[in-house]
Design a binder for this molecule. Structure first.
Ligand SMILES: [Zn+2]
Length: 314
């Protein structure tokens, strides 16, 4: 399309003025902050958020954030193990790149912890919430699909854990998101100089979120985390979720309205004694489905997640 280039540039410019995104290296951008969530994946390529901060987007993988510096590279999340080579390539291609010295695991999932073994063997620092470390020391089976995850080898387990908050020598701050939006080990990483907040899967930037109630996540945690994260940021903060495009404060506000509505409806269904299939049939997300996609799996999982937290029988 002849208009595509200009259109894209306008949107990048608009987003940059709004502080909502950055410059893309090596790939066209079709969606940026504020664009409606769609079923398409975010574009591959490296998104430059500032002089030293980047989002690395390997096709089919969750977002990885990389900060370059005199001491080497800091990563937030490491993709899945199968993508390690592609990710390492993307890291070495960064301007001012160097060896990775530290990685954060925003939570225990395989899509985030695939680089741990390699970095652990190299003696690098792997930072996570203590609950994330604990999940990586045990086998996990997801009850909704039977998928099994073997415990991580000791060398791949986080070697620096925390409970509440922490600060790196560089000034980068991190903290626990105790609402259990996605798992009970979710963390955020905040880059104050760049005004960038990395939130893992505690916020979904693309489509319906995954509610991993097997390791503590629940729909009430999604509703709780959104206002909590808003207290850390301002209107110019760029928010990097594990999936989808860079978000802004307005996105968190809109998500809070939506998930709050859905949470209320699901708890009402639960209190009336309905089950997961009845919850799906009730269409508790109906006015959002055109924008967000088929909600059935999300609704079922979100409803089941209530059992552990607010079930009258619990
Ligand atoms: Zn996850």
């Amino acid at each position: 399309m002849a208009d595509q280039g200009g259109h894209t540039r306008r949107r990048i410019l608009k987003a940059a003025i709004g502080g909502a995104a950055g410059i893309v290296l090596g790939a066209p951008v079709r969606r940026l902050a504020g664009a409606p969530a769609q079923t398409v994946s975010p574009d591959a390529g490296t998104l430059r958020l500032s002089e030293d901060l980047f989002v690395l987007r390997i096709p089919g993988e969750a977002n990885v954030v990389a900060q370059t510096g005199a001491n080497g590279v800091l990563l937030v999340d490491g993709g899945s193990a199968g993508a390690s080579d592609a990710l390492m390539k993307a890291v070495s291609a960064l301007p001012g790149s160097g060896p990775i010295h530290t990685i954060f695991n925003t939570h225990w999932h395989a899509e985030q912890t695939g680089l741990n073994e390699q970095l652990g063997k190299a003696g690098r620092t792997i930072i996570a919430h203590e609950n994330t470390r604990l999940w990586l020391t045990t086998d996990v089976t997801w009850p909704w699909n039977g998928q099994r995850f073997k415990r991580a080898p000791r060398i791949a387990q986080p070697n620096k854990t925390f409970y509440t908050t922490g600060t790196l020598d560089s000034g980068v701050r991190y903290g626990y998101i105790p609402d259990a939006a996605h798992t009970d080990g979710d963390l955020y990483v905040y880059f104050p100089q760049q005004n960038v907040l990395v939130v893992g899967d505690a916020v979904s930037g693309e489509g319906w979120p995954v509610v991993d109630y097997a390791t503590g996540g629940w729909i009430g945690g999604i509703v709780g985390a959104l206002p909590r994260l808003q207290t850390l940021i301002n209107g110019e903060t760029r928010i990097v979720p594990a999936r989808g495009p860079v978000l802004g404060l307005g996105d968190l506000k809109a998500q809070y309205e939506m998930y709050g509505t859905i949470y209320d409806r699901l708890t009402q269904l639960l209190n009336r004694g309905r089950g997961p299939s009845e919850a799906v049939a009730a269409g508790p997300t109906k006015e959002f489905d055109a924008q967000m996609g088929n909600p059935d799996e999300f609704v079922r999982r979100a409803f089941e997640s209530l059992w552990a937290y607010v079930s009258p029988d619990a």
